[in-house]
Design a protein around this ligand. Structure first.
Ligand code: NAD
Length: 482
């Protein structure tokens, strides 16, 4: 392995390393407290300007942003590939999708409605929705360009300003995105980016001038952010980790299911919050289904992310690579069997990047570390079940509750499972579906509030109730004689 992959960062600077080549992408300085304060001041001024525009003008700016994202989508995808090893075919799909997110919000920003409330005769009440003000948007590294659009649009679309803190592993695409917002006609300072490690994210979410928080990342960091939000009485949307189950019944189309399960665990080298990392398969088909998975996994193209034929790229950094390898070793030590992969792909020699072959682990028990904790790598653990009851119990036996997947041809069973699974999203006979119009939020430790769909409006606005006396005559008084 090239030694640059392990290059230490200077105390207040950090180095971004390309996980495929080991080359340095750049050295970045952590934003200072003074820069954070200045960003918040600028954001406050820009937010007033933004909310003071007509909703049509905001809509046009968001639409223009979508066009610019589309025009620059290859450039943005390439920045992510350099920083994180995201394969270019996924990066291009994500950046094109980012443009769609902006189009949807361009159509949504002028449709934020309050309600006219039932009130007594002689009095009228209604509500209006107002933006909170300045949002801190703290992002992970697994979909940097898409995240810098999908997580900023709900606050922006609802009239807020955003200060984005991209991951220290992937700062480039968010910086470019900020430039595009100005070109699109949004006020200077409405979309700002602060570069830094977790300390900068912490200082930002705690800042008294920040009014709302959108955080996407791990559960331990999410807990800290949630505490900071509570201390400052700030609304927060938390999109956290997962350990999502995929349940395969004997009546499923097993070829479809095998393809779906593999895509669901291998996309982005498994570095996806909603990856279906726990396969629960009926004991009658376990051997046949595992064979299908192993046979297909061998055909997955792992390699250079910039090659359009590549399907799975490297892990993002040395720390993540070591963590995933430790999970595999722990599973083996606990008595599980490595049925495919388990280490570097044979065709990629040491020094060619942080690659791990598609890994399938069988004989996995629910109490094993690989069943309980988020791996965030191309590692599928397989556990068998006998009855539907048992499948539900196994699926729900987790602190997480982000996504879930069921494969069966029995429609009634699909609905039964959907009602019983403890997860924010249930998929039937498909791998992960995410779209701007579809809510996406976790149950249990996987999150708080929703980042997508109409549901996202709630956490980005506050409701003001307005009551007016409309009745004629003197003010009715409960105090006679006064
Ligand atoms: P992470 O929690 O380590 O970091 C996320 C972000 O938080 C980074 O920008 C980091 O610098 C910042 N941060 C670190 N400490 C902070 C603090 N004290 N206060 C504020 N910000 C702080 O997560 P990661 O490793 O970058 O990303 C992987 C995790 O993200 C996984 O757990 C994955 O499941 C989760 N994720 C969730 C979703 C979702 O929608 N639910 C989507 C993508 C990723």
């Amino acid at each position: 392995m090239s030694s640059t992959l392990d290059a230490p960062a200077a105390p207040s600077d950090f180095v971004v390393i390309n996980p495929t080549s080991g080359e340095e992408v750049g050295t970045f300085a952590n934003a200072t407290q003074g820069e954070i304060d200045a960003a918040v001041r600028r954001a406050k001024a820009a937010q007033k300007q933004w909310w003071g525009m007509t909703s049509d003008a905001r809509s046009r700016a968001l639409w223009r942003w979508s066009e610019l994202i589309e025009e620059h989508h290859e450039e943005l995808a390439t920045l992510d590939a350099r920083c994180t090893g995201k394969v270019i075919r996924d990066g291009l799909a994500e950046t094109r999708n980012a443009a769609r997110y902006a189009r949807w919000w361009a159509g949504k920003t002028d449709k934020l409605y309050g309600e006219q409330l039932a009130d007594v005769p002689g009095r009228m009440s209604y509500t209006i929705r107002e933006p909170l003000g300045v949002f801190a948007v703290v992002l992970p590294w697994n979909a940097p360009a898409l995240g810098s659009v999908s997580r900023t649009l709900p606050p922006l679309g609802c009239g807020n300003a955003v200060i984005v803190k991209p991951s220290e592993f992937s700062p480039l695409s968010a910086q470019r995105m900020a430039e595009l917002t100005v070109e699109a006609g949004m006020p200077e300072g409405l979309y700002q980016v602060l570069i830094g490690t977790g300390a900068v994210g912490g200082a930002l979410v705690e800042h008294p001038g920040v009014d709302g928080i959108s955080f996407t990342g791990s559960v331990p960091t999410g807990q800290k952010v949630n505490l900071a939000a509570a201390a400052g009485f700030k609304k927060a949307t938390l999109e956290l980790g997962g350990k999502s189950p995929v349940v395969v019944f004997p009546d499923a189309d097993l070829d479809d299911a095998a393809l779906g399960v593999l895509i669901g665990i291998l996309m982005n080298a498994g570095q996806i919050c909603a990856a279906n990392s726990r396969l629960l398969v009926h004991e009658d088909i376990a051997a046949e289904f595992t064979e299908k998975l192993v046979e297909r996994a061998a055909r997955v193209v792992v390699g250079d992310p910039l090659d359009p034929g590549t399907q799975v790229g490297p892990l993002v950094c040395r720390r993540q690579y070591d963590k995933v390898m430790d999970f595999i070793a722990a599973a083996e030590a606990e008595g599980a069997t490595i049925s495919a992969g388990g280490g570097r792909p044979v065709h990629l020699a040491e020094g060619e990047g942080l690659f791990i072959a598609p890994t399938i682990i069988t004989d996995v028990r629910p109490d094993m570390k690989v069943s309980r904790e988020e791996v965030f790598g191309p590692v599928l653990g397989i556990t068998t079940f006998g009855t539907e009851e048992e499948a539900v119990a196994l699926a729900n036996d987790s602190e997480y509750g982000l996504s879930s997947y069921v494969w069966t041809s029995d429609a009634a069973r699909l609905h039964r499972m959907a009602e019983r699974l403890e997860a924010g999203v249930v998929h039937g006979n498909t791998y992960l579906v995410m779209d701007v119009q579809l809510p996406f939020g976790g149950f249990k430790q996987s999150g708080v509030n929703n980042a997508f769909g109409n549901e996202a409006v709630e956490a980005c606005t506050q409701v003001k109730r307005i009551t007016l006396r409309t009745g004629e005559g003197p003010l009715p008084s409960p105090w006679p004689g006064v």
